[in-house]
Design a protein around this ligand. Structure first.
Ligand code: SF4
Length: 334
């Protein structure tokens, strides 16, 4: 799977790194620091298909970031923590393709330092519930059989009932989760596309149906689950496609068991939009015009976004999702 594996030399005796390397069975190249090589020259995004490199490194600088407004459910602070850069999947709309200079993956192994930052931030809000999201710069489950850090984050939630961690994923790699006990404040959320659309735009990911099956399995094991319909992309009868997805979720007894359902209509920064046009010129994403919006992002018009979200929201309510559990992601008034 990996073209080359680079490891920061000061980490070579770290037991977590040793465990990753044992599983990979590939001789690593030792380097001083990942950022001396990673992203130093432009590597086209689609090169991830046949020459993906892996870096194992220590995250320096900011380990935790305050999430922007409208990132999660309102009224509570939301942070995201950074445990990896880039992803093994290839969703056509992925913002990582215009965000980093390279698709090469970095796995950060200093989870204890990330957790220390999380603890500090939690103490700065003594009376509030605080959210921590994984999956902003990478899928949060796809490589966990390799990286083995889930238990640490699970322990953090066990010790800190005021903290809630959300692992956001398109993966069905739930093996490591099943080994742990379910907790109320440890939520696994799945991003889902309608079945027909998912096949075209969620490249290299498990199908939406497989993700639903993973949700059922987690629910059976007592896990808290949630869903994201984001990005919602316009196509003829898009609402019918969401109704089909929601009906399947209902049949699988998922719609009345969600902690929340977030809805977000497709949006891009200018740079990412340019990359999507270059990498996926035939994508259905380009079949509907977009405009520059209130925050300089490229989106559908405000009335169209609201119309689309309301259609999907109504379909979700009809399928049994409680309206108080549905929130609109990254959407503000023009
Ligand atoms: S799963 Fe998420 S991070 Fe990975 S390619 Fe898809 S959108 Fe990007």
């Amino acid at each position: 799977m990996w073209n080359k594996i680079y490891v920061e030399e000061h980490l070579i005796h770290n037991p977590r790194v040793q465990s990753i390397l044992e599983k990979l069975k590939q001789v690593p190249i030792l380097i001083t620091s990942y950022d001396e090589i990673w992203g130093k020259s432009k590597k086209p995004y689609l090169h991830k298909r046949d020459s993906l490199n892996l870096f194992i490194a220590q995250k320096k600088g900011q380990l935790l970031k305050l999430a922007p407004d409208a990132y999660g459910q309102a009224g509570e602070p939301h942070y995201y923590f950074i445990h990896a850069f880039n992803c093994i999947y290839e969703c056509q709309y992925c913002y990582l393709q215009g965000y980093f200079n390279t698709p090469d993956i970095v796995l950060f192994v200093n989870h204890e330092e990330i957790l220390e930052e999380m603890q500090k931030s939690l103490e700065s809000y003594p009376n509030q519930k605080v959210w921590y999201h994984a999956g902003e710069f990478s899928d949060s489950l796809a490589l966990t059989h390799l990286t083995g850090e889930l238990e640490l984050y699970h322990d953090f939630c066990k010790k800190n009932p005021r903290a809630t961690i959300e692992l956001r994923t398109k993966s069905v790699n739930i093996k490591e989760l099943i080994k742990l006990s379910p907790l109320k404040n440890f939520i696994i959320s799945f991003s889902l596309s309608p079945f027909s659309m998912g096949k075209v735009i969620d490249l290299k990911t498990p199908s939406s149906l497989s993700r639903l099956k993973a949700m059922v399995e987690l629910k059976k094991n007592g896990y808290q689950i949630a869903a994201h319909f984001d990005p919602i992309i316009y196509q003829d009868q898009f609402d019918e496609h969401y109704k089909t997805l929601l009906q399947t979720m209902k049949d699988m007894e998922l719609t009345d068991n969600l902690n929340y359902l977030s809805l977000g209509v497709v949006r891009f920064t200018k740079d990412v939009y340019r990359e999507v046009e270059r990498n996926y010129p035939d994508s259905p994403i380009h079949s509907t015009p977009m405009i520059k919006s209130f925050d300089n992002k490229v989106r559908y018009t405000h009335p169209m976004r609201m119309w689309m979200m309301n259609k999907v929201k109504d379909a979700a309510i009809n399928a049994g999702v409680s309206s108080e559990l549905i929130y609109l992601c990254m959407e503000e008034n023009d």
